[in-house]
Every structure is written in C-alpha cells, then in structure tokens.
Design a protein. Structure first.
Length: 129
C-alpha cells in the first residue's frame, strides 16, 4: 500500500505544468501576447503582458538572424484561406523587419527571417502553411 502511495505522488510530480501561471486571471490571459518561434529549427514560445515586451523579444530574434541564424515566427491564428501565398520583404533596417514580420504573423503567415551579409539586408519571407 505504501508503494502505491509513493508511486501516486511521483506521477503527480511528472505532469506538465500550465504554460500560463494559475495566478493570472481570465482578463490577464486575454491580454497576453504570444510568440511561437524557432531558431535554427529549435522551437519555442514566449508570453508577454505588453506589446512593448513582445516587440523587444522580436528584436532579439531578428538580431539572431543578423548573426547568421534562421529565425521563424509562427502565426497564433488559424486561417481558412486556401491560398498558399508567399510574400518576400527585404530591408536593411532591423525595426522595419520586426514590424513587417509581426504584421504578417498576425495576419496568419509563418515568417522566416535571415540576413544577407553581402547585401546587408534582412530577408523576410512570409507564407501561409
């Protein structure tokens, strides 16, 4: 019997934690900004309370692209569009790359960001999966 009690407590300890802390209210979770991303194929996600925090994080991801990493941003919305449209945008300005990528991500696109060292421009490619 003691063995079953011990196994029961271990099973509870192995369960996944909530992504959103339980101390947040429904109002707090409605205002969260979520970024799903990958860097060189390694996926992650991050939650922010303000748009400014989210934008600062996107700047960090774009800076990683400048260092030679491949950054992808995934849409938080599901689209019912049947079009598999691809849109490409190039800019030498980091802030412009962040703003464009964020807009496309919010419009339902997956965005890949790389940096062309020869031309010194960010190459942003948005597509609908």
């Amino acid at each position: 019997m003691a063995m079953f009690a011990l196994l029961g407590t271990l099973a509870v300890g192995c369960q996944n934690e909530n992504i959103i802390p339980e101390t947040l209210t429904a109002t707090d979770t409605a205002n969260l900004y979520i970024v799903k991303y990958s860097v060189d194929g390694v996926k992650g996600h991050a939650h922010f309370k303000t748009e400014e925090e989210q934008r600062a994080f996107l700047h960090k991801l774009v800076a990683l692209a400048r260092e030679g990493h491949v950054v992808q941003l995934y849409s938080n919305t599901t689209t019912t569009s049947l079009s598999k449209e691809t849109v490409t945008y190039s800019t030498p300005i980091e802030t412009d790359a962040v703003i464009w990528a964020n807009k496309m991500m919010n419009d339902g696109y997956t965005v890949t960001i790389t940096f062309d060292e020869d031309k010194e421009v960010y190459i942003c490619i948005a597509y609908r999966p």
